[in-house]
Design a protein around this ligand. Structure first.
Ligand code: HEC
Ligand code: HEC
Length: 269
């Protein structure tokens, strides 16, 4: 016993313990480390790019050029990012069919897996806005009131107060936002399709985008109820005021006429 405790206090004991501990940690790490995970991710990524390139050559190159450099029929896709592809193809705008003032939404013809591959290929041409994750676009717990305020300052001039959409100049239009997925709303803000300005994260951080998504969802969809009665199309105070004037005053005039007619009759008889 005495011998052992003497040895424990040997000046080199601490060093030996430390070395043993280091060796054990290193061994454990080597045994449990996700061996080659990074490498596997990389191969999956380059496979997606390869597949995307093939889809692109068939469906998109005729307008956007073989290397995405653009042609007279379509803009360059270098640097538009995966988010732009996910938005454009995921809402059925792309592939475009015929030239016009604005490419309309159509039935989506690619699967989400194919869209991801196309997006991976286009993103490989130049860095741009990245497709958001489910967590980034989830409006749970967001501030609806702040979203409404941001929407009225940044979006309502084109999309109307409750996102019902509206006409712009030269045959263009800002679409109705009802039924648009939160991911596509987020991507529209990131990429600014067509005549819509873009709201990158530096200008409008993720949380503000979530607030806006929460607002749009709160004024749309089935659960929408209008606490004040008829929503009148959500066209805002001017149209609602006009409604009150025309129908309210109209009703008063009608009542006045009725009263006058009846008093006249009463006098005659
Ligand atoms: C018939 C020609 C045509 C085809 C085919 C086509 N595009 Fe487009 N694309 C356009 C035009 C034109 C625009 C500009 C749209 C607008 O201004 O409304 C555009 C815009 C885009 C944008 C937005 C670029 C930006 O600056 O945000 C993306 C992304 C895109 N296309 C991807 C694709 C992909 C991916 C395919 C293949 C699946 C495809 N397009 C097929 C003509 C085409
Ligand atoms: C200058 C007018 C303008 C402003 C401001 C604007 N948008 Fe847009 N927005 C448009 C136009 C035009 C389109 C259609 C683009 C297209 O079809 O390529 C659009 C498309 C969209 C879409 C896609 C809808 C769909 O049907 O797929 C969403 C979502 C959207 N906008 C949200 C917003 C939000 C949120 C804001 C404010 C942060 C905003 N927009 C501000 C003009 C505008």
């Amino acid at each position: 016993m005495k011998k052992l405790s003497a040895r424990r206090r040997h000046p080199l004991a601490a060093v030996v313990v430390l070395l043993l501990a280091l060796a054990a940690t290193g061994g454990l790490y080597a045994a449990f480390a996700p061996a080659g995970k990074a490498q596997a991710d990389e191969t999956a990524q380059s496979l997606a790019i390869e597949e995307g390139k093939k889809l692109y050559a068939v469906g998109c190159a005729s307008c956007h050029g073989t290397g995405g450099q653009g042609t007279t029929d379509g803009p360059s896709l270098v640097g538009v990012g995966s988010a732009a592809v996910d938005f454009q193809v995921g809402t059925g705008r792309m592939p475009a069919q015929q030239p016009g003032a604005q490419v309309p939404k159509k039935k989506v013809i690619y699967s989400q897996a194919e869209i991801d591959q196309l997006a991976a290929y286009v993103a490989s041409l130049g860095a741009g806005p990245v497709t958001p994750t489910d967590k980034q676009v989830d409006p749970a717990g967001a501030d609806v009131a702040n979203g409404g305020e941001l929407f009225r300052t940044n979006c309502a001039q084109c999309h109307n107060f409750t996102g019902k959409g509206g006409a712009l100049t030269e045959g263009k239009y800002a679409p109705d936002l009802e039924g648009v997925s939160s991911k596509h709303i987020y991507e529209a803000m990131q990429t600014g399709p067509q005549s819509m300005p873009s709201f990158p994260d530096t200008v409008m951080p993720e949380q503000e985008k979530k607030d806006i998504i929460a607002y749009i969802e709160s004024v749309n969809g089935d659960e929408t109820e209008s606490p004040g009665g008829l929503a009148l199309g959500g066209l805002g105070p001017v149209s609602e005021g006009l409604f009150a004037w025309i129908f309210g005053l109209g009703a008063l005039v009608a009542v006045a006429v009725w009263v006058a007619a009846h008093t006249a009759k009463a006098k005659k008889s």
